[in-house]
Design a protein around this ligand. Structure first.
Ligand code: FES
Length: 577
């Protein structure tokens, strides 16, 4: 029991709704009774909200109906009262144009749902990419005791004698098919095999990256990020998470007691050592902003050359999340970096991170590599700057062909994705393997929503000639399961008149990853001339959520949160009259 754990029911947040002997509280209690809820069910107990991002259109969360019952079981066992609250689902596969457009919507909903209800604690059920940062951002701002339950990765998929990984192998076999090297019947069979179970993508894509980051920040129970979605351990994790939420409510263990500048740095180190998704950079900056911390691209730059990539997981490496779990999981990996991470950071367990990972052991040195035999000495993600991206852009060198990391080539520019789609495979397109493919209008405002278009397709005629990687530059993001020499998140984006908007086909571009440089080799007077000629695009929307997005979303290097949502709102408990 911690020093703040009084177990005094009158100190519970929900007591403000239910304890007073007044007309308003009478209304609260009587309406619960109308639902068949007895005093003994909830009075004097922590009320735990279970924020459930399930929907029939979220393919990664299809096991949540069972998991939510298991969380409730844990809450009841620990003497709490569970209430399920559905929130926006954000399923990556079926939601268009991109779930990133709605990350801040779920974050806002999470914050307000937590604040406006009689809740003493919360279990945040998410997993598919944006649901993780969104739930955490909302919880950090609301600052009510909260614990995250990741959906868990899918089981490994098999096709013939091959292991298939979500996303990464879809791109790989699609390119083979476009090159005429994969028969249609094989392509159809891969479709039947590649998504083997409920759960999130089982490569180290954005979902697994964000789950690992949530665990490293202390927001989950140990091992939670890698337990596969459909094994019995995952059910037991759900029950334990429910039990722990009740204890956290008594202990008043809110995010502000867990998330510090040091835990955000632990998140950065984790993203780098797992060779994680570049998307995490945007999400970490946004989460830090909600927690009152400050993380910039310079922090990634600082750590990127100091942190070895130890997780040998696709798309950068060989294995999948199920292998990572069997190899010891994130705790075992972090145990190999105790000289870099801050082990004194608090976790939802009520103990320091160091204590939480102390007994985690590496079982398989092939999957979690030793410090003296890393997958890469560095290069999880690098930040590049130059006249083409004055506010920065990112690249994942570990997932690129090394020969392209220093490259000078002629730009082939597409003004938007529709143009790219229409022209990229035309035989007359004047591209060679040394060309640099450039896409504009794919950033936070340009697309809009900052979609995952950044792994721009290789032109079909080059694919047929055996080309499998090229330098590609855009203001888009790319899926965490993608790979290649893709320069992403160029900031400022082209839609707001960044230098990217001035690039023309035929310009020369220099990429020098080692020197962290990206330059448009066009003279400054010529750029000035083009800048003067540039016409800003029309406003993307005048009504609805999209208008709010257009007016308030920040640029990639600032985390793409809404400018008015940064930070917490201390003392903003609702009045109960
Ligand atoms: Fe949901 Fe990949 S589609 S995690």
């Amino acid at each position: 029991m911690s020093h703040t754990d009084s177990r005094d029911p009158s100190q519970l947040r929900s007591a403000r709704w239910f304890q007073p002997d007044d007309l308003r509280s009478f209304g609260h209690r009587s309406r619960l009774k109308g639902m068949g809820v007895d005093d003994a069910d909830y009075r004097d107990k922590p009320i735990i909200g279970i924020l459930n991002t399930w929907s029939d259109l979220n393919t990664c969360h299809s096991h949540f109906p069972q998991r939510v019952e298991e969380v409730k079981r844990g809450v009841l066992q620990a003497g709490g009262y569970p209430v399920e609250i559905p929130v926006v689902s954000l399923g990556e596969m079926l939601m268009k144009p991109t779930t990133m457009l709605y990350r801040n919507l779920l974050a806002m909903e999470t914050e307000e749902v937590l604040r406006c209800h009689p809740l003493d604690g919360a279990v945040l059920m998410g997993g598919c990419d944006k649901t993780v940062p969104a739930l955490l951002m909302g919880a950090f701002s609301a600052d009510i005791p909260s614990i995250f339950l990741p959906a868990g990765p899918m089981l490994k998929a098999r096709w013939k004698d091959k292991t298939l990984g979500s996303g990464s192998d879809a791109w790989k076999y699609w390119d083979l098919r476009r090159a005429g090297e994969l028969p249609d019947c094989d392509w159809r069979t891969i479709e039947n095999c590649i998504a083997r179970s409920a759960g999130t993508c089982m490569t180290m894509g954005t979902a697994s990256t964000m789950a690992c980051i949530a665990e490293a920040m202390g927001m989950t129970l140990p091992m939670a990020s890698s337990i596969p979605s459909v094994v019995s351990e995952h059910s037991r994790l759900a029950v334990q998470t429910g039990r722990r939420a009740v204890e956290m409510a008594w202990e008043k263990l809110a995010p502000s007691r867990i998330i510090t500048q040091a835990s955000m740095i632990n998140a950065i180190i984790t993203q780098l050592t797992i060779g994680g998704s570049t998307n995490a950079i945007v999400h970490i900056i946004a989460m830090a902003g909600r927690a009152g911390c400050k993380v910039t691209l310079d922090d990634f730059d600082h750590w990127s050359s100091r942190v070895p990539v130890l997780a040998d997981l696709r798309p950068a490496g060989r294995f999948l999340m199920e292998d990572f779990y069997n190899a010891g999981g994130l705790g075992a990996l972090l145990n190999r970096l105790v000289d870099l991470i801050d082990t004194s950071c608090m976790t939802v367990s009520g103990t320091a991170l160091g204590q939480q990972i102390a007994s985690a052991e590496v079982i398989d040195n092939e999957v979690i590599r030793p410090r003296d035999n890393p997958l890469s000495e560095s290069g999880g993600t690098y930040v590049l700057r130059g006249n083409l991206a004055p506010q920065g852009c990112v690249i994942k060198p570990v997932a690129a062909e090394p020969r392209l990391l220093k490259h000078r080539g002629i730009a082939q520019v597409f003004e938007n994705y529709a143009e790219l789609k229409a022209k990229i495979n035309t035989p007359e397109l004047p591209v060679t393997a040394d060309s640099v493919i450039v896409l504009k209008s794919a950033g936070p405002l340009g697309a809009p929503g900052f979609p995952e278009w950044g792994m721009l397709p290789i032109p079909e005629k080059l694919l047929k000639a055996g080309v499998r990687d090229m330098v590609r530059i855009s203001d888009a993001r790319m899926s965490g399961t993608s790979y290649g020499t893709c320069v992403l998140h160029v900031s400022p984006e082209s839609h707001v008149g960044g230098t990217l908007s001035l690039v023309q086909t035929g310009d020369e571009i220099l990429l020098d990853v080692e020197a962290r440089k990206i330059e448009l080799l066009v003279s400054e007077p010529e750029l000035e001339r083009r800048r003067a000629d540039w016409t800003p695009p029309e406003k993307i929307a005048s009504r609805g959520y999209l208008a709010m997005f257009a007016n308030h979303v920040t640029q990639a290097h600032e985390g793409c949160d809404f400018d008015f949502l940064v930070g917490r709102s201390p003392g903003s408990e609702p009045a109960i009259f």
